[in-house]
Write a protein that binds this ligand. Structure first.
Ligand SMILES: Cc1ncc(COP(=O)(O)O)c(C=O)c1O
Length: 462
């Protein structure tokens, strides 16, 4: 049989991507990507850019949903992973205590620098949250888990049970019992629910990823205080915000919080190998693993695998040594300020919000009569179509990758890599400014695409 040659394989089948997915993977996604003009075949990637076969550069402002903090194919992380393979290391012996997972756990604990000193490694954000739920129940001997409206914690059944968005939940019930949700930023609602004394934990993202919503400054400190008053744990889901994105290593540090459990994933992977973790106090950890015959009561086969641990160690190294957390704060501020300045010019912009390099630009019905009519036509067909039109135009004309936040909100979400510079900020702001100027002309090219989107949406409803 012919030798396996990866490059040859990729080169010989390049361009069949969408056909293969239509045949063997998610054909609906392939169809949607074609409809919105995102059906590109990328050939390579470096830093904040992806490249097609013609060498065109695409500016990546979603970072693989937040995975590529340190940019794509970072040479230090790549070298560390190649080294790990070349060293012929022992891996997943399972009945041993491996050096690499010990080292990464030590690194994460030092990074947190608080009461959280016990790490559990797993493979994805949702799995980290599942673990956090289990440990909270085991530790408090209570069952109820409270989350916040609009929050997203993953799509496996436990995490989905506390992700109370109808779009994600519909069709998958019944869910885990004993869950409840509070209104966004509503501390009295939380206290009412905690008062009953049956709550194991309140879990929240420091910045709600889906709409990039940030509660008022006093919300989290008060929520933490109330959790502890009523014997519940306070869990911060830092899957998206963790490791620098918001301009602090962990977003909870913006409020000086002391969570009982923190969940981490995405950027920990360096963009190469799924890597996730949740970190608790030793006491909470031991509630699950003690006595001796409980030593693997919570476990996952691939959790501590070498490549994930190396990716985590190398990622933290580059985030720290290249000043990425500071860059997130600096570039985030600049990007937000420049976008906010566009509000004067474009009545479409309702609000620019965010923390560090996690930003949403929310739209509203514009002022002009013609523009209003066009806006309403899109909205009638589908709530997120105006935003989709902007996102598609940014891709089509400027090769910038952004995303619609959710179906419910008219907002574009920006999640650029931590490494962007003023060059990328200026390029994006100019492109966004020009796109909104074009949107103000309902007979222009942009709205031709808008009409196509309306047709596709009506067709989809049939
Ligand atoms: C805040 C948050 N929690 C959990 C998850 C789920 O992570 P994963 O997709 O790795 O399961 C996500 C993913 O987007 C997230 O943003």
């Amino acid at each position: 049989m012919k030798e396996f040659n990866l490059k040859e394989l990729l080169d010989s089948r390049f361009g069949e991507n969408y056909d293969l997915h239509e045949k063997y993977v998610n054909r609906t996604l392939a169809k949607v990507l074609k409809t919105i003009g995102f059906d590109k075949c990328y050939k390579s990637a470096k830093g904040a850019y992806l490249y097609d076969a013609e060498g065109n550069a695409y500016l990546d402002f979603i970072s693989g949903y937040g995975v590529y903090g340190m940019g794509r194919n970072h040479p230090v992380i790549a070298k560390a992973l190649k080294d790990a393979i070349d060293l012929d290391l022992p891996n997943m012996v399972q009945l041993d205590c491996a050096e690499l997972s010990g080292l990464l756990a030590e690194r994460i604990v030092k990074l947190l620098n608080n009461k959280l000193t016990a790490v559990f490694f797993c493979n994805s954000g949702t799995e980290a949250n599942e673990g956090a739920i289990k440990f909270a129940r085991a530790h408090t001997k209570k069952s109820k888990i409270i989350s916040m409206d609009g929050g997203y914690h993953g799509l496996t059944l436990g995490s989905l049970s506390i992700t109370k968005t109808p779009h994600f939940q519909e069709g998958f019930g019944p869910f885990m019992p004993d869950t409840d949700v509070i209104k966004f930023n509503d501390i009295s609602d939380l206290e009412e629910k905690l008062k009953k004394g049956d709550v194991a934990a309140f879990i929240a993202e420091p910045v709600i990823g889906h709409g990039v919503d940030i509660p008022s400054d006093d919300f989290f400190p008060k929520a933490q205080e109330l959790c502890h008053k009523y014997g519940a744990l306070f869990i911060m889901d830092e899957v998206q915000t963790g490791l620098g994105r918001t301009g602090k290593m962990f977003a909870f540090q913006h409020w000086g919080l002391e969570p009982d459990i923190v969940t981490i994933a995405k950027a920990l992977s360096g963009g190469y190998v799924p890597a996730a973790a949740f970190v608790t106090t030793r006491e909470i950890h031991q509630s699950v693993f003690s006595p001796l015959d409980n030593c693997v009561k919570h476990s996952t086969t691939f959790g501590r695998n070498n490549l994930a641990m190396v990716a985590g160690l190398a990622s933290i190294h580059v985030i720290e040594s290249e000043g990425m957390v500071e860059n997130c704060a600096k570039m985030g501020k600049l990007l937000k300020e420049k976008l906010e300045a566009l509000k004067q010019k474009h009545s479409y912009i309702k609000e620019v919000r965010g923390l560090g390099l996690m930003i949403a630009i929310e739209f509203q019905e514009p002022k002009g009569l013609l523009q209003k009519a066009a806006w309403r036509a899109l909205k009638a067909a589908n709530n997120s179509l105006f935003t989709q039109m902007i996102v598609t135009s940014l891709m089509d004309k400027y090769r910038i990758i952004t995303q619609v936040t959710s179906h419910e909100v008219h907002a574009v979400k920006l999640l650029p890599p931590f490494i962007i510079t003023e060059k990328e900020v200026d390029f994006f702001v100019k492109a966004f400014d020009e796109t909104l100027s074009e949107a103000a002309n309902p007979t222009g090219a942009l709205w031709k695409f808008g009409k196509r989107l309306i047709a596709a949406s009506i067709d989809n409803k049939k």
